[in-house]
Design a protein around this ligand. Sequence first.
Ligand code: XIL
Length: 481
Amino acid sequence: MTNERGTTMIPLVRRAAVVLATSAALLSGSLVTGAAQAAQPPAAEPGAAAATLRDAAEEQGRFVGTAVADGRLGNGTYTGIASREFSSVTAENVMKWDAIEPSRGSFNFAPGDRLVDFAQAGGQQVWGHTLVWHSQLPGWVANGGFNQTQLTQVMNNHITTVMDHYEGDVAYWDVVNEAFNEDGTLRSSVFSDTLGSGFIGTAFRTARAADPDAKLCINDYNTEGVGAKSNGLYNLVSSLLSQGVPIDCVGFQSHFILDQIPSTFQTNLQRFADLGLEVVITELDIRMNLPADSAKLQRQAAQFASVTRTCLAVSACRGITVWGFSDADSWVPGVFDGQGAACLYDQNYQAKPAFGAMLTALGGEPGGGDPGDPDPPAGPCQVTWRVTSRWNAGSVVEVGIRTTAAVNGWSATFALPSGHRVTSGWNAVFSQSGATVTAANAPYNGNVGAGGTIGFGFQTDNGGQYTPPTVSLNGTACTAA
Ligand code: XIL
């Protein structure tokens, strides 16, 4: 089976698996067909924490993507990071209407094809952006004076031709982008003005017919929290679904302002997920007033981590795409006066604190970046877990927890395998409820300075193997040291 590009098509199941498959499978060539395979990032060593965003996300069963600027594909620093860290790519501009069908019936696929080739060489998923949008729309559509029948034909032809061309190469499409006003009503555009609100259903039905295997998304901004705009989107999506319109996912652009991540983000993602849809964070960046300083960059890091955890907390949240990974390429300064520094990497492609924080939030461990990169900040605590002796009816375990910040009183919790009991211990006061063991400070060791280590040990009644469990310090999970 080949598509219009002449690429061998990957059936949906295999294409979707590309993202979740181990890099080993990708390297074996068992999953990627089509374009020649180039160097792919090595998988994390078995048992080691993932050192790249893409490996860490893969271990969570999610993808992590970036928008890619066509003009940067010749820059080795840029492409190196894009391939190493991301398992999905979105065309920042080259698949938009003005770029891909600049005049009626005349399609310019070369830049989009370049992106697909780049992605396939690196074993990455391609996210198609975007088919029907009021912006970056060529004058011949926006001001063409088409009547309802004509515009329907123009829109359907655009969707069909572009999707046919990329059939099998693009896993998800933003079919409709930014259709709403801030108050939740439908935005006025040539599409809604000429075709009424029905243009959205028409676009999705046409898209499904063009590529039945692509996942079809509606994408918007300022819809991340519960509010008038997301309510409008929710009501429309619910009603489209009840009419049998083929819609698979909702994209939340997530162009955030520092310190203004909506507190209802997770609740909102979950209500869309509860409609049976995938939800995806499609264009994440977190901008700040310039100049950046280290306090703002630290807060930004914490907020990238919190957005990441929000996605991980919603099982239908399949991935997170950042809208450019470097401040050198971000759209923000050109659009929001005096603001910027919104990305994971700085102007010189050096990882910012946000990079380490996002990696850690994905369960990875900073350290696998470019040699010479500044060390990303450590998480709140790092734990060592050692079984120092074991016999048929007992084990001795020693635990060390390094705390990044000073603590004044501590309590460490972890789970033992079912049925195992702590029988005695030292340097902590132990209690156990079911599998969960709590080790609280003894009267003499509650105060530990920043960077200090808490040490305690215990004996159990079972000589079975222990996989080191997650240990939390004062309620926060520690990373493995
Ligand atoms: C932006 C690009 O990043 C810029 O290069 C371009 O000049 C304008 O569009 N929402 C979207 C994206 O859906 O397509 C926009 O991308 C950012 C906002």
